[in-house]
Ligand binder design. Structure first.
Ligand code: IPE
Length: 270
């Protein structure tokens, strides 16, 4: 059975405004799609933080690593609210008949200056063998250089996809995919349907979490996409809040989403 790594991005599953509000109906609809697919594929699920993660991490400057003791409350709070979101997802999925098993990133990864350098994957391997879906989220983890670091869900996706030789990685967002230019500022922006990773436009536009285009975050997402494609893994990006989209993406059916291929292909623009 093919293994697929799916990321549920923060903008897909959380409301950008509002105090810690998950997109309840969207998560239910995604869970129903997983119910229909869970006997046909093996999955590793990863989720981001959106408004449950980024505002707190930012407030306590956690991306800078350990600088002062006052930040440590922020480490606790980040874990608390990320787990809170994770619990909500877990509950919605079991209500829809899909069994997930949460694995904490900080229990299986250690980073060095933000990059994963140690991991313990045996538990995930075992859980996969009995077809329960491991779910991991972007979180604060121990870092050998900085004390701690914020490990993004995107890096977890590429690490898992490579280590478990996934057929592909899917980034679920609340936009259709990658555009030829920024659709927010350019009325002529068109969705890229399929593209060889080496032909990706320089200024890639996928709206990131909270709608605030923080260059660093975007750059890192693109870095992970290229990292996977260079190593032979297809990457797909699509709006998973649309019912049926996960099915289309998994079966390569016609639809509005982006496929980034690790092999040369003719660019298709919609
Ligand atoms: C963020 O993970 C985790 C924290 C801020 C603690 P991601 O960076 O993967 O989250 P999204 O998908 O961009 O919201």
């Amino acid at each position: 059975m093919d293994l697929i790594v799916v990321k549920l991005g923060g903008s897909l599953i959380t409301k950008k405004r509002g105090l810690l509000e998950e997109k309840h109906d969207t998560i239910h609809s995604i869970a129903r799609e997983f119910r229909n697919m869970k006997d046909k594929f093996k999955f590793i699920l990863v989720h981001g933080g959106g408004s449950f993660g980024h505002p707190i991490a930012k407030k306590y400057n956690l991306n800078k690593g350990f600088k002062e003791y006052d930040q440590l409350i922020g480490v606790s709070k980040t874990r608390y609210y990320m787990s809170f979101l994770n619990q909500k997802i877990l509950k919605i999925f079991f209500e829809e008949g899909v069994s997930l098993i949460p694995i904490h990133a900080s229990s299986i990864f250690v980073t060095e200056d933000g990059k994963i350098t140690s991991s313990y994957l045996d538990s995930i391997k075992s859980f996969l063998s009995i077809n329960i879906i491991p779910i991991i989220f972007g979180d604060v983890v121990a870092d050998r250089v900085k004390g701690f670091s914020i490990l993004s869900g995107d890096q977890i996706v590429s690490y898992m996809a490579l280590n478990f030789k996934a057929r592909e990685a899917i980034f679920g967002t609340d936009v259709k995919g990658i555009y030829t230019s920024n659709p927010k500022t350019d009325a002529n922006a068109r969705l890229i349907r399929k593209i060889y990773y080496k032909n990706l436009p320089k200024e890639i536009s996928i709206r990131n979490n909270l709608g605030s285009d923080v260059t660093g975050e975007m750059e890192n997402k693109v870095k992970e996409i290229l990292y996977m494609a260079e190593r032979g893994i297809s990457v797909k990006i699509g709006n998973l809040s649309i019912p049926g989209m996960l099915h289309k993406i998994l079966y390569n059916l016609h639809g509005e989403y982006t496929i980034i291929t690790p092999y040369p292909t003719k660019t298709i623009i919609m």
